[in-house]
Design a protein around this ligand. Sequence first.
Ligand code: NA7
Length: 506
Amino acid sequence: MSQAEDIASLTSCWAKEGRTPRIAIVGAGLSGIGAVIALRKAGYTDLTVYEKADKIGGTWRDNRYPGLSCDVPSYWYSYSFAPNPDWSHRFSYGPEIFRYIEGVAKEFDVMSVVNLNSPVTEMTYLGPKWRLKAEGHEEQIFDFLISATGILHHPNYPDIKGIDSFKGAMFHTARWDDSVSLEGKRVGIIGTGSTSAQIVGAVTKKVKKMSVFQRTPHWIAPLPQKKYSFIWKKILRVCPWMHPHLSNFYKRHMLNTFAKATIGDVKEQRKIEQACLKTLAKDVTDPALRVKLTPSYKATCKRLIFCSDFYPAISRDNAELVTEGITCIEPEGIRTEDGRLHELDVLILATGFKVSEFMLPAKVYGENNLELSEVWDGAPRAHRAMTIPNFPNFWMLEGPTGPVGNLSLISITETQLAYMIKCLDQMKAEKAASIAVKQETFDAFNKAIAEEVVGTTWATGGCDSWYIDKTGTPNLYPWHPSIFYNEMQQPDFSEYQLSQESVSST
Ligand code: NA7
């Protein structure tokens, strides 16, 4: 079909025409794949997925560094419709999760609607349609867009003087260079977040020297890892009814402990701090090193790290924790504020991600040509982490101000999908051409968030973190996640403008 025919065939409302809407999904990570499966199950079958990379899998495709594991228990970090009796560990390792995602995509025939190597560059609202431009494709028109790009996919490269002059191998952790062997090398790593902790834990014993450049110590809790036995996996195979119970068990556990601490439960917070300090005291015998590794802010202010390998690794003779600030990077290594040059063969940038971009730098034009990056201006907001006023028929999965941080994003995505499908069903019932969150609802929701978030540990804990946006406030869901799960059970349609009009906004 030519583009003109395409547009002509779509000028009226899908719900009035009694056809299934044309839906585009941007991103084939856990959310995008989940969207295809959930939408098809609900009868929405005209789906097209645009994936920027040459493989599906999102964060589990991008991150391939040694030691990579998930800090959410495997039985909860699984799709509810695809329980996996074969998880090898309580906390899965990266390659196993990636294989799981590929397996689910294959089992549910997701690949038949996925366009790989297809970065979306522009999405423009033509009321009530969206025009989508993607590299390597003709423009397409859709009734409904779903942005499923995830949060942590734009590497944050540090702005350090001389960084380009380094003559050894240098790469960001999400762009791991498999051609570089670390064996017997002098390796430097900038950053001490969860990525760095896992890498240092995994590779220090192999390298000649490991220099870890720490700006701020992080709270590190031991990872209660456990290998599942053959017998246990067999039991799960023959008793599939156990899966939802296991998933719920871990969900309840995380919500009753960690999630409570983040929203200010002092008792839970103290328990976490004590567990972290006990591990530090046990694993790091050098008192001076222990002092350097002890945070001065509250636990769970930054994302809590679960890792049992970092402290033993950093205590090794071939490891050094460098706490002097970095002055510059030189061809031979890193120069610190004490004037010392730390000579390196390989430099790993474990410096995190730019978290305020979501689907950007794609241009997203809503009603009246409003451009999303200008609307957000470095402080992204969305109603219930999904919708934005003046951007009708445009939904986000895992959008801003959603519950993140040591929770199962799969479970959150599935909750959002079920909610969104109820909204599509409502459009169908009302024969509506468009749905958009009302401005006053959006404003009230964000005002309530702003008032609440100042009391959370993310704001009061005395740290800086990737949760904090340009306005200086944490960009997270500030209430207990159980409230999120409850509120998302059923949309309140009075929050949305459902319109039968098909008025073009351009
Ligand atoms: P994080 O948690 O954002 O950690 C990034 C680390 O890099 C952190 O220690 C930062 O120090 C450090 N950093 C960032 N920029 C610099 C510069 N310019 N100089 C020195 N140090 C710097 O990223 P991760 O990849 O570890 O984890 C991200 C998420 O992925 C994590 O929450 C999990 O969900 C998985 P700081 O602490 O800011 O002083």
